[in-house]
Design a protein around this ligand. Structure first.
Ligand SMILES: *[C@@H]1O[C@H](CO)[C@@H](O)[C@H](O)[C@H]1NC(C)=O
Ligand SMILES: *[C@@H]1O[C@H](CO)[C@@H](O)[C@H](O)[C@H]1NC(C)=O
Ligand SMILES: *[C@@H]1O[C@H](CO)[C@@H](O)[C@H](O)[C@H]1NC(C)=O
Ligand SMILES: *[C@@H]1O[C@H](CO)[C@@H](O)[C@H](O)[C@H]1NC(C)=O
Ligand SMILES: *[C@@H]1O[C@H](CO)[C@@H](O)[C@H](O)[C@H]1NC(C)=O
Ligand SMILES: *[C@@H]1O[C@H](CO)[C@@H](O)[C@H](O)[C@H]1NC(C)=O
Ligand SMILES: *[C@@H]1O[C@H](CO)[C@@H](O)[C@H](O)[C@H]1NC(C)=O
Ligand SMILES: *[C@@H]1O[C@H](CO)[C@@H](O)[C@H](O)[C@H]1NC(C)=O
Ligand SMILES: *[C@@H]1O[C@H](CO)[C@@H](O)[C@H](O)[C@H]1NC(C)=O
Length: 452
């Protein structure tokens, strides 16, 4: 997507959001999810092992709250023939999902589950489309606190990938209108996500398409409304991969929305998602979070520096932070990263809802869409001062400068007490600018307190 698209969308007024009772979803969710660690190979033993390790290793005390099962918990063969309820795989979950949820609750965590807005989940288990009311009621009765709702296998009549076909009259509001583009080129399909979406060749949205009224948004609203109808507060986490620009409408539907396709444990992929999300800071605030996908800390061959960058920026973008690894095998380094107090406090700030945003790109000109050199200079306000991230995409150590006159939250003539968040050192009182060495693929995080 081009910066022009993002700037055009910035003029769209904020979508009225939902405020769940008890402040649920006000701040990004913190927790653990089974997918990045185990894929489909899950059972109660693994989920309880994660919950116990999250407790024993200090994650619960650090604020991590949810323990979530991803896909593959149900019976592939289908729903109960009489009640049409989803059925747990009793080999994997001997006392059902309710039994596992009870045990997770007994450990002091909330419990999350997964489904898809289609006929099947991505792992080809029964999906929820057409059964939203039954499934929401089932999840509530099992004691579920969080639903991750995926976007696999929608029936054809729910596709949003058709530019000029007639909408199916049985659905309302209609999904597709014929579109025009301001530069007179015809709309094209944008294939950077799993499913094509109509978009203009120059990256602008198609005039005449109201993404809020499209089938994808409607599918996700139906489940959202089904959850709201339950006598149980269930955080609603949309996983539609950024299709149909959810940041423009999902604040009225759920508490977070994935803004990209899936993460994997590679540096390349982390940079791609960082680049995409660097254009979306304006769309997030309390109760509505850009979800940059679950953490890969502990997975693959990420270096310590790459892990610091991944966590620093995911926390500062106020993404939900869901650990996605075997917690029992986390290194001390990675435990320290995931429990960094200042970054978790920024992510969970009860007073400042806005995520950090880039104030300068760095190697590339500002607003450059580039998947290998995303924005390098980020800042955001917090209760304890201004947090600044300096990210080095290069393969060698460089000096990077936080120059007060470039940072919107700082006074160019001010004097600040500066903390280095990763080194946990007090850099003292500084005027005008602070320069630090940043290693290859690493990110320096500085907290500027106004106290000179
Ligand atoms: C999303 O909705 C919540 C709750 O109404 C509101 O506080 C927040 O400001 C909204 N987000 C944006 C970006 O407008
Ligand atoms: C339950 O999961 C096990 C292990 O993956 C599998 O062998 C079995 O076929 C599943 N049972 C049902 C009813 O889906
Ligand atoms: C969309 O375009 C097709 C072909 O040009 C036309 O037949 C149809 O009436 C248009 N549909 C709408 C809803 O404007
Ligand atoms: C898009 O549709 C929604 C729902 O019908 C409506 O509230 C909103 O005003 C529309 N936006 C535009 C730009 O027409
Ligand atoms: C809703 O749940 C609460 C607490 O579990 C319970 O006290 C209340 O009776 C329930 N209300 C209805 C309408 O079922
Ligand atoms: C990590 O590196 C090893 C050795 O270079 C390689 O075999 C393995 O596939 C890598 N793992 C991932 C997830 O990239
Ligand atoms: C501010 O600092 C205090 C003391 O270190 C800490 O307890 C709190 O979580 C911090 N809050 C934020 C939003 O940074
Ligand atoms: C991304 O930015 C780098 C640094 O400016 C540049 O060398 C590279 O060609 C850019 N990539 C693309 C696809 O434009
Ligand atoms: C860093 O090194 C890797 C591996 O040698 C190479 O693929 C990559 O292009 C280099 N990146 C930069 C920014 O020079």
């Amino acid at each position: 997507m081009s910066p022009a698209l993002v700037l055009a969308l910035a003029t769209i007024p904020a979508v009225l959001g939902l405020q769940l009772p008890g402040g649920v979803g006000k701040l990004p969710a913190l927790g653990w999810n089974s997918w990045n660690a185990y894929g489909c190979d899950i059972d109660e033993t693994r989920i309880l092992q994660a919950a116990n390790a999250m407790k024993d290793k200090g994650f619960q005390a650090a604020g991590y709250e949810y323990v979530n099962s991803d896909d593959c918990w149900s019976q592939m063969s289908g729903r109960d023939a009489v009640t049409h309820q989803l059925l747990p795989n009793f080999t994997k979950f001997p006392e059902g999902i309710q039994g596992t949820a009870n045990k997770v609750h007994d450990l002091g965590f909330k419990f999350g589950i997964y489904s898809s807005a289609g006929t099947m989940t991505c792992g080809r288990y029964p999906g929820s489309i057409g059964y939203e009311a039954i499934d929401a009621e089932t999840f509530a009765s099992w004691g579920v606190d969080y639903l991750k709702y995926d976007n696999c296998f929608p029936p054809e009549e729910w596709y949003d990938d058709c530019l000029s076909c007639e909408p199916d009259p049985s659905f309302s509001p209609t999904g597709i209108v014929n579109g025009t583009c301001s530069n007179s080129t015809p709309p094209v399909h944008h294939y950077s996500f799993d499913r094509p979406i109509p978009i203009c060749a120059d990256g602008w949205p198609v005039d005449g398409i109201n993404y809020t009224t499209k089938f994808t948004a409607l599918k996700f609203r139906i489940m959202g409304n089904a959850l709201l109808a339950q006598n149980r507060t269930i955080l609603y986490s949309l996983c539609e991969w950024g299709v149909d620009l959810p940041w423009t409408w999902a604040n009225g539907t759920g508490q977070s929305w994935r803004m990209s396709n899936d993460i994997n444990p590679s540096w390349t992929r982390i940079l791609q998602i960082l680049n995409q999300n660097s254009f979306l800071s304006d769309y997030a605030d309390f109760y509505g979070h850009n979800d940059a996908d679950m953490l890969e800390v502990g997975n693959g061959n990420l270096t310590n520096a790459e892990v610091r960058t991944h966590f620093s920026l995911w926390a500062m973008m106020k993404s939900p932070l869901l650990i996605g690894t075997d917690v029992t095998k986390l290194s001390d380094h990675n435990i320290g990263v995931l429990q960094n107090k200042a970054l978790l406090a920024f992510n969970q700030d009860p007073v400042y809802g806005k995520p950090a945003a880039p104030y300068k790109w760095g190697i590339n000109p500002d607003w450059t869409y580039n998947t290998t050199f995303p924005a390098q200079y980020w800042s955001g306000a917090s209760s304890n001062g201004t947090m600044v991230a300096l990210f080095n995409p290069l393969n060698q150590t460089v000096k990077m400068t936080a120059d007060y006159k470039e940072i919107p939250e700082l006074d160019a003539k001010g004097c600040y007490r500066v903390m280095d968040i990763w080194d946990n050192t007090d850099l003292g009182r500084k005027k005008k600018k602070v320069t630090v060495n940043v290693g290859p693929h690493d990110t320096a995080v500085l907290l500027f307190k106004n106290s000179c």
